[in-house]
Design a binder for this molecule. Structure first.
Ligand code: GLU
Length: 545
């Protein structure tokens, strides 16, 4: 069989060779050991948190080695594609600060000289590679119809053999040139298949995360080009990762079973396979059992969940970095203000069995992040989030930004900031008592008699002056204690609690509960100052109830 003639017959219009393409994409000039990684989503309109996790690993691996992280859109599967899916991906990444250096870096914006970075624009490259494979006998056209393929499958199932197009079942392997010509002339659709080597042996792949993987050698004549002239993932990614000079392919471990076919394709093309890092799926605990976070069952599986709840990007990033490498937490403690890009990420420390996702832990990490932010940073972030997600809150904060900033300044700064806010959705509740429109009403501490509480509030409404400084304020609280019979000295109170209706702590709690409706709050002096006359009105109302 003259394979060159066969290749000409199939691709008469293709004149470029893989060597021509090779020359267009020279080796990257990067420091020794630099990793070139890529995030390669399919535009399905949904981004799983697992996808973002792998994008983060791409970013960490590239940045910690002085390499490049690029984004490629894998849109060869038209059936799964939805319109406007690319902005969904880019927004998701950008919201959480995962910004590629190269490729599709923003909607309609491409960067870098290893493109095109969208697979549907690379048909010419795939066709040139497919033609070259046919010309060297490593690939061939297959005209089998879906009916024929399903008949083969039934035969294999009946015989208890592996299913697939291989060995004796690969009927189109040895068609003559005349057969092919006749079928082409008859307008029969065809796919291009890899002519797999015998198989039967084992291959060993040293996975960056999973270690040595021993896998069966590929013996299936997998499809390289579909009948519409578009390659499936296996062929497209091999061609792209080679010409884009990817050094490390980081992806979900659902691809491990197709790895032998991928390696066979790289080999047939004469390309050196990249290093692989297969990430186990993110798991969750469900009734004591571990299972995969599921798009169908778990809202928190989607990246949009974290966007709509308003998780700050650093909270999500820090949490995910902690699941990636457990020593990240120590690093963060030692480097509270450093960018995650400085963290020395290590593949070997990743879980090979599937990290457990825990929203309570995420909230905790995120609260720590918010506690370290300045009041201005909090205000800006909340404004941005509420503009799109909580119009009422936005209007209240935006209506008086100085006051809003002052609210977020209470108890902020210092070594131990309060950990009240995990996500911007929590802010509505956190600030509610500062705004009459959101205030949920006064309450009374359970351990104070209602008559005593009313007396405290009525008297304090007379004593309170928003102009008082902290010392004057505290002196008045003491006066208030004396006027109502409560004990201003905690030591004396503890020595003989039965002698008093309550202590100074109870007095402040009565005031706190009347103005905030809560039993715990940030600094009461600051809250009262910000509420001013509003606080007095609430005290009077509560006293009268
Ligand atoms: N396009 C593939 C997907 O979205 C990506 C696999 C890879 O990263 O290689 O599943």
């Amino acid at each position: 069989m003259d394979y060159t003639k066969l290749a000409e017959l199939l691709y008469p219009d293709v004149t470029k060779t893989p060597e021509d393409i090779e020359a267009l994409y020279p080796a990257r000039e990067l420091p020794e050991g630099a990793k070139v990684t890529r995030f390669a989503p399919s535009p399905t309109g949904y981004m799983h948190i697992g996808n973002m996790f792998s994008a983060l690993i791409d970013l960490l691996a590239a940045r910690s080695s002085g390499g490049v992280f690029y984004l490629r859109i894998e849109d060869t599967d038209r059936k799964r594609e939805v319109s406007d899916a690319v902005p969904v991906i880019l927004d998701g990444l950008r919201t959480f600060g995962i910004v590629p250096d190269e490729g599709v870096v923003a909607a309609g914006e491409r960067k870098g000289s290893y493109g095109p970075y969208v697979q549907s624009e690379r048909t010419e490259i795939y066709r040139a590679c497919a033609k070259a494979l046919v010309a060297k006998g490593a690939a061939y056209p297959c005209f089998c119809t879906p009916e024929e393929l399903s008949a083969i499958r039934s035969e294999q199932e009946a015989a208890g053999e592996n299913t697939g197009y291989y060995g004796k079942y690969a009927r189109c392997r040895d068609l003559s040139l005349d057969d092919v010509k006749a079928k082409l002339d008859a307008g029969m659709p065809f796919v291009i298949r890899l002519r797999a080597e015998a198989g039967g042996g084992k291959i060993v792949v040293d996975d960056m995360i999973k270690g040595k993987l021993e896998l069966p050698e590929n013996d299936v004549d997998v499809v390289l080009m579909k009948s519409d002239g578009i390659p499936p993932y296996a062929f497209a990614h091999a061609v792209d990762d080679h010409y884009m000079r990817t050094t490390h392919v980081i992806r979900g471990d659902e691809w491990v079973s197709s790895l032998p076919a991928h390696i066979a394709i790289f080999k047939a093309l004469g390309f050196r396979p990249p290093k692989y890092a297969h990430i186990s799926p993110i798991m969750k605990l469900d009734g004591g059992n571990k299972r995969k976070l599921s798009k169908r069952k778990d809202p928190e599986a989607g990246v949009s969940y974290y966007m709509s709840k308003g998780y700050p990007k650093q909270g999500v990033l820090d949490y995910l970095c902690g699941i990636a490498n457990s020593d990240f937490e120590d690093w963060r403690r030692a480097n509270p203000d450093e960018s995650i890009e400085k963290f020395k990420f290590n593949f070997k420390k990743m879980s090979s069995s599937g990290a457990l996702f825990d929203t309570a832990k995420l909230d905790d990490v995120s609260k720590g992040v918010v506690a370290r932010m300045t009041a201005d940073e909090v205000l800006d972030s909340v404004l941005e989030w509420s503009r799109a997600n909580d119009a009422e809150l936005f209007a209240l904060l935006d209506g008086d930004r100085d006051r809003a900033r002052a609210i977020f300044s209470i108890d902020r700064g210092g070594k131990k900031g309060r950990k009240d806010i995990a996500k911007w959705e929590d802010v509505r509740g956190y600030v509610s008592y500062f705004y009459d429109a959101l205030f949920e009403g006064s309450s009374t501490p359970e351990n104070v008699r209602p008559g005593d509480a009313a007396a405290i509030l009525a008297r304090y409404a007379e004593l309170y002056d928003p102009a008082d400084d902290r010392d004057a304020w505290f002196a008045k609280i003491k006066t208030l204690c004396a006027d109502t019979g409560f004990c201003a000295d905690m030591k004396a109170y503890r020595a003989d609690p039965g002698a008093y209706p309550g202590s100074i702590a109870d007095v402040t709690n009565v005031i706190r509960a009347a103005v905030t409706g809560r039993t715990a709050s940030p600094d009461l002096y600051d809250i009262l100052r910000l509420l001013g006359d509003g606080a007095v009105a609430r005290m009077k109302r509560a006293a009268a109830q």
